[in-house]
Design a protein around this ligand. Structure first.
Ligand SMILES: [Zn+2]
Ligand SMILES: [Zn+2]
Length: 178
């Protein structure tokens, strides 16, 4: 029982740590000179179901698989860490690809509560066109939308391009895809 509790705690801790890793990766790698090549596709309208940015998800999926495999071979607690990474991936998909970008076959928009705040915060991430001046790099934790808007306003990132969110963030309002 104690062993199970410890292992469960490792999984949960990994989910929390991954939000930090995702924030840092998104902010400094994906929006940096090294990672923008893949991430750019996510900030522009693209043809087809997949975008180059999805390769980041593939990388983390492979990493999760490797951790689980090495963990199963006997290295504790890599299996639990791999499972935590996988759980984070599922939560990321639900919030980011599902709730925000509606990449699933049904329509559901959270109208209140923390889920709505996450959606609004990520739409504000897409409010600025291009690599620089963006806000809100996290996925499962986000500042209040009002605070993010204030930051955008004071940085002037939106001023030259109009105040309304554009690009992929606006996709949610467009009719369902065929
Ligand atoms: Zn981004
Ligand atoms: Zn996005």
């Amino acid at each position: 029982m104690v062993e199970f509790m410890v292992n469960a705690a490792v999984v949960i801790a990994m989910v929390v740590v991954m939000e930090g890793v995702a924030y840092l990766t998104h902010r400094y790698v994906m929006h940096g000179p090294v990672g923008w090549g893949w991430h750019r596709s996510h900030h522009e309208e693209t043809e087809g179901t997949f975008e180059r940015n999805d390769l980041y998800a593939v990388v983390f999926m492979v990493l999760s698989g490797v951790l689980i495999a090495v963990g199963l071979a006997g290295v504790w607690p890599l299996r639990q860490m791999g499972i935590g990474l996988m759980v984070y991936g599922v939560l990321y998909f639900i919030v980011h690809d599902g709730l925000v970008h509606q990449r699933w076959p049904f329509r559901y928009m959270p109208r209140r509560g923390y889920a709505k705040r996450l959606v609004q915060a990520h739409k504000l991430h897409h409010a600025v066109e291009g690599r620089d001046g963006c806000v809100s790099f996290g996925f499962l934790y986000a500042s209040k939308p009002a605070a993010l808007k204030a930051r955008l306003k004071s940085s002037g990132a939106l001023a030259q391009r109009g105040a309304e969110p554009r690009g992929r963030g606006g996709r949610v309002q467009s009719p369902a895809r065929p």
